[in-house]
Structures are given as structure tokens and as C-alpha cells.
Design a protein around this ligand. Structure first.
Ligand code: UD2
Ligand code: MN
Length: 573
């Protein structure tokens, strides 16, 4: 009997020792990316830099000088916890009040599968999609708190609620000052109003449809925290999403930071990891696209947790210092409904002294859709043109010509007054778009310049050639294709061309005459570039000047505001 007991004790001891070694080994392995997201909530609540206990898994907890393996069985969200988070809010009745009727098309109202979204309810676990090294990073214990700003127009209740609950579940409570919902005149005011029963949630309802740009400005203006966090209304934030972004902004308030935006399937609502090698880009029609980070940058990245510089952000999910947001002019509030504001903000941030980056250790899921589920009062195409035209006219200088070539339908469409935004740009002393092209987005190729003919207008007159090499201003003749050859110009940087002849200076000093001579791209006397409304000779730095309508044309010290130096190219179709 005693032998049997001794054997049993020996076996148990060996098993215990083996077990200890096994779990020590397990813990030293890189964590697989599969920890459930709810575990991260417990992690954040424990404070920064402390390793989390994962429910249901054996963990090594370091306590004093002993290492004790223990099983954590307590899920991070006990009933009580949840009730505290939701206050008096009745989740069940909020969600069940709006149900898809049998036979209804589940995609009709929201352009995603509402049935699947509703089935998931107000919260769910999602996969922690970060690189395993992210979990080991530490953040300051005294990070400032943020106001979360979510604007929506007729969002589905289940996606909206999951956005809010995921923020409350997966952020350290001390970092969430408030969640500001801007109800952009949705049909049912209760979609927003009922949610204010959740602690920290506030609701501002627009008295008419404003669009996401003015709505976000309204939200930001009423925010009480020093840092703003913008989210779309159909997101789910992932483990420790907030700390990396607030940390970067705390260290340098001119940084504007975004997470990697994971994909929530619009069909089955699966949460899918997005590639960590992407940044924001665009083409000349101002169409946003995700693109691979340039190969040299990729090679230089030996730490996958490092920020990724990005020329533009997608627009919906970012963190920005509130004073910096205000200093830089918030948003262009003459932009309507949707679109273009992400370019305007991105150009402005870069050109006026800030930077944009994507933080791979911050992940937020978003339901990407294939169509807009809401209407545009002025029409989708016209609104996008108005907004992007404003961005191009205010920020893109001479490069706006490529926008118009890529989007010819934009020409002549209304875009309102941009005086205020131009004043802002001057006041902030922002760099030219050429600087942005050279330093931020050199990968964006300037299109092969096909010959686009223009007239060069000054006041009501047009620049024309006379005789063999003479030049002067004359009444503009003909329209479109019927313009006379003598008034047609091709602006192919650096040349200003008319058939085989090019505009050239006769000497490099102020007052020198300008004439026509056979084109030669290498000839320094023929090199010009736009300088605001003026045309500057690249080598002398002097500007094309008509002096008087009767000529002769000369180069003189640049004063682009002067009427005699202002040359407005107008494309001939
Ligand atoms: C992307 C951005 C979005 C915005 C847009 C360009 C992400 C994840 N999303 O489009 O934030 O920058 O590009 O403008 O980067 N909304 C209103 N009022 C309206 C229209 C929309 O409040 O009149 C809300 C809408 O409910 C949503 C947000 O604005 O919460 C963005 O709209 P979206 O989801 O249709 O835009 P998305 O993701 O296609
Ligand atoms: Mn969206």
C-alpha cells in the first residue's frame, strides 16, 4: 500500500515538473496571432506593459521570485463588467426593434449582408491580427485620453453598436474620454439617441443632411479631449488598437496616424487580416488606392512594428491632435456628403509641416462596400468632382493639369469659392505641391505629356505669334477647334511650344526680349515653369511679362500678382 502511494507521488511529481517545463517553453515561443480579442480587453484593463492572462490557457505569472503556473478560467467580461459598460442601455431591445423582415433583400439598405451582421449581435471575439512582436511593446502609462468621433447616416444598428462596444471593450477605459456620435440626419433619431444610455456616449443630431465632412467638424468642435480619434460607423477595433496611435501623437503632435485597416467581409462578416505592407496612394483622377510600399523602404524595414509613412490616408480612421487639427484648418467644410476630404487633409498635413503614417501594431476592422447605400442630393459623380476639384485647385498647383487630363469631365463643373482655403494655405505658409511630389510621393509618375493645346490668356486677350519670331497680345479668336494656329500653345514642361518653335529668352537679364526659335529641350533659354499664375524662366528666375498689350514681350522680376505677368492656360478641346 505504502509502495503504491510512493509511486503515485513520484509519478505526479514527474508529471508536474514536465508540465512546468512544457508551459515555460510554450510561453517563450512567439505568441500565435490567434489570441482571442476579448483577451486583449483584459490586457488593456491591466494597464500598460503588463503581460495579459489569456482566459482558458495556462499562463506563467511572475509573482515575487517564484514562477507559478496557473489556469485562468475567468473570462474577461463577466456579466457585471458588461453591465457596468453598458449602463442602463438595453441591447436586446435596441437590436430587436429593427429586424430584417422575411423575404427582404439583406443587402438592400446597407450594401452589406444585414442578416449576418444582426446575427453577430452587439459584440463578438475577433482574431488578434497584429504581428506577434506588437504584443511585447510598451506604452507610456500616462497617455492622454481621446474623444472618439463617429459620424453616420442611416447606419445599421448592429454594426454601429459593435463599433461602440468594441471601442469600450478593447481600449483602456482611462483613454476614452467620450464617444461622440454625429447622427447625420438619419431617418430614425432613436438609432443614435438610445445609445446615449451607454456611459460616455453622446449624440449630436444634424438638423439636415450635412455629409461626413461637416459632421466630423461638428463632432471635433464639441470634443473635450486633447486628441481626436475618427472612426467609421461600421468598424470593430482590435486588441490594443489605441495605445500605439496615441503614443505617436503624444510624442509629436504634428503626426497624423492611422491603423492598418482590416477587412470585415460584407457578405459573411468574417474578420480578415489586411496586408501589413500597404500604404495609401492615388492616381491623377484622385482615386484612392492601396499600394505596396516601395521596395527600398520594404528592404530597409527590419522591424515590422515600425510606422509606415504614407502619402495619403484612406480617410475614415485616424488619430490627430485636436489643436493641430484646428491649427491646420479642420476640413474644407464646402465639401459635401462624401469623398475627396482625405486628399485635402493629406496634402495639407504634409505640405504644412506634419506627417502621415500607418501603425502596423494598431488594427481596426472596417466593412468595405461596393456601393454607397445612401443617396447624394447633388448626385454621386458631381459631388465627387466638386470635392476633388476643390482639393486639386487649392493644393495641387501646376500639377492640377494632370487631374483635369485624367478627369476631363471635371472641367467647367461648379466647385464654389476657394478663397478661404487659399488664404489658409498662405497663412500656414505651406510648401508647394512640387515639394510633396519630390519628397513624399516621388513614385507617382507624371503622365507622358501628350500635346494638349491651350490658349494663354491675359485678361481678355490671348498670347499670339506674329510674323517669323514676334509675339504679342491680341483679341482671342475662334472657339475650341477653330482657334487660329498662332494662338495655340502646347505647355510641355519645360517648353512652351507652337508646332516646332518654342518660346525663348534672348538674354538672361531683366528686360530681355522673348522670341520664338526652333525647339530644343536642352536649351536653357527655352526652359519655363509655372509660378502661380505666372510663367517663370527656370534659369534666370525672371517671369514672362507683356508690359503693354502691344508688346514687346520681355522677362522681368517675378511679381505673379501683376496682371502683365498672369497667363491663364485654357485647354482647347
Ligand atoms: C472611405 C473612408 C471614409 C471617408 C471616405 C471618403 C475608410 C475606412 N473610410 O469611404 O471615412 O473618408 O472614404 O470620403 O477609410 N456618412 C455620413 N453622412 C453622409 C455620408 C456618410 O455621416 O452623408 C458616414 C457614414 O455613415 C460612414 C462614414 O461617413 O460612417 C464614411 O462613409 P462610408 O463608410 O460610406 O465611406 P467609405 O468607407 O466607403
Ligand atoms: Mn466606411
Amino acid at each position: 500500500m505504502r509502495r503504491i502511494r510512493a509511486n503515485a507521488i513520484a509519478i505526479l511529481t514527474v508529471a508536474w515538473i514536465l508540465g512546468t517545463f512544457y508551459y515555460l517553453w510554450q510561453d517563450s515561443k512567439p505568441q500565435s496571432a490567434a489570441a482571442s480579442s476579448s483577451s486583449s480587453a483584459s490586457q488593456t484593463r491591466r494597464g500598460h506593459g503588463q503581460k495579459a492572462a489569456v482566459p482558458g490557457r495556462l499562463e506563467i505569472i511572475h509573482r515575487d521570485d517564484r514562477t507559478i503556473p496557473l489556469i485562468v478560467t475567468q473570462p474577461p467580461h463577466s456579466e457585471q463588467n458588461q453591465n457596468q459598460q453598458l449602463g442602463s442601455f438595453d441591447e436586446k431591445s435596441y437590436l430587436s426593434a429593427k429586424q430584417l423582415k422575411p423575404g427582404d433583400d439583406p443587402y438592400r439598405e446597407h450594401a452589406f449582408n444585414l442578416q449576418e451582421s444582426d446575427r453577430l449581435g452587439g459584440e463578438r471575439a475577433i482574431r488578434d491580427t497584429r504581428h506577434y512582436r506588437c504584443a511585447a511593446l510598451n506604452y507610456d502609462a500616462d497617455l492622454p485620453s481621446t474623444s472618439i468621433i463617429i459620424t453616420f447616416h442611416n447606419e445599421a444598428r448592429s454594426t454601429l453598436l459593435r463599433t461602440i462596444k468594441s471601442v469600450l471593450m478593447r481600449s483602456p477605459p482611462s483613454l476614452i474620454q467620450e464617444i461622440i456620435l454625429i447622427d447625420d440626419f438619419s431617418s430614425d433619431p432613436e438609432d443614435c439617441q438610445l445609445l446615449t444610455q451607454i456611459p460616455k456616449v453622446r449624440c449630436l443630431r444634424n438638423g439636415r443632411r450635412e455629409g461626413l465632412i461637416r459632421s466630423r467638424v461638428r463632432g471635433a468642435s464639441s470634443a473635450s479631449a486633447s486628441i481626436l480619434t475618427f472612426l467609421d460607423s461600421h468598424c470593430e477595433v482590435n486588441a490594443d488598437w489605441l495605445q500605439p496611435m496615441i503614443q505617436r501623437v503624444k510624442e509629436d503632435h504634428t503626426r497624423v496616424v492611422s491603423p492598418i485597416i482590416d477587412v470585415i467581409s460584407l457578405d459573411n462578416f468574417a474578420y480578415l487580416a489586411a496586408s501589413a505592407d500597404l500604404r495609401g496612394g492615388f492616381d491623377w483622377s484622385l482615386h484612392f488606392k492601396w499600394e505596396q510600399i516601395p521596395i527600398e523602404q520594404k528592404m530597409a524595414r527590419n522591424d515590422p512594428t515600425q510606422p509606415i509613412r504614407t502619402p495619403v490616408i484612406a480617410g475614415g480612421i485616424f488619430v490627430m491632435d485636436k489643436s493641430w487639427f484646428n491649427h491646420l484648418g479642420q476640413y474644407d467644410t464646402h465639401m459635401d456628403i462624401w469623398g475627396g476630404e482625405n486628399f485635402e487633409l493629406s496634402f495639407r498635413v504634409w505640405m504644412c509641416g506634419g506627417s502621415l503614417e500607418i501603425l502596423p501594431c494598431s488594427r481596426v476592422g472596417h466593412v468595405f462596400r461596393k456601393r454607397h447605400p445612401y443617396d447624394f442630393p447633388e448626385g454621386n459623380a458631381l459631388t465627387y468632382i466638386k470635392n476633388t476639384r476643390r482639393a486639386a485647385e487649392v493644393w495641387m498647383d501646376e500639377y492640377k493639369q494632370y487631374y483635369y487630363s485624367a478627369r476631363p469631365s471635371a472641367q467647367g463643373k461648379a466647385f464654389g469659392s476657394i478663397t478661404d482655403r487659399l488664404t489658409l494655405r498662405r497663412k500656414l505658409n505651406c510648401k508647394p505641391f512640387r515639394w510633396y511630389m519630390e519628397n513624399v510621393y516621388p513614385e507617382l509618375r507624371v503622365p507622358e505629356q501628350e500635346a494638349v493645346s491651350s490658349v494663354l490668356k491675359q485678361g481678355g486677350l490671348c498670347l499670339e505669334t506674329r510674323g517669323t519670331d514676334g509675339l504679342g497680345l491680341a483679341e482671342c479668336r475662334g472657339i475650341g477647334g477653330s482657334r487660329p494656329q498662332s494662338q495655340r500653345w502646347e505647355l510641355i514642361e519645360p517648353l512652351i511650344r507652337q508646332q516646332d518653335l518654342c518660346l525663348a529668352i534672348s538674354a538672361f537679364t531683366a528686360g530681355s526680349k522673348v522670341k520664338m526659335e526652333p525647339c530644343n529641350t536642352k536649351e536653357p533659354r527655352q526652359k519655363w515653369k509655372p509660378k502661380g499664375p505666372a510663367l517663370q524662366h527656370m534659369v534666370s528666375g525672371l517671369c514672362l511679362d507683356s508690359q503693354t498689350p502691344t508688346g514687346p514681350l520681355v522677362i522681368s522680376q517675378c511679381r505673379p500678382q501683376m496682371a502683365s505677368q498672369s497667363w491663364e492656360p485654357q485647354i482647347i478641346t
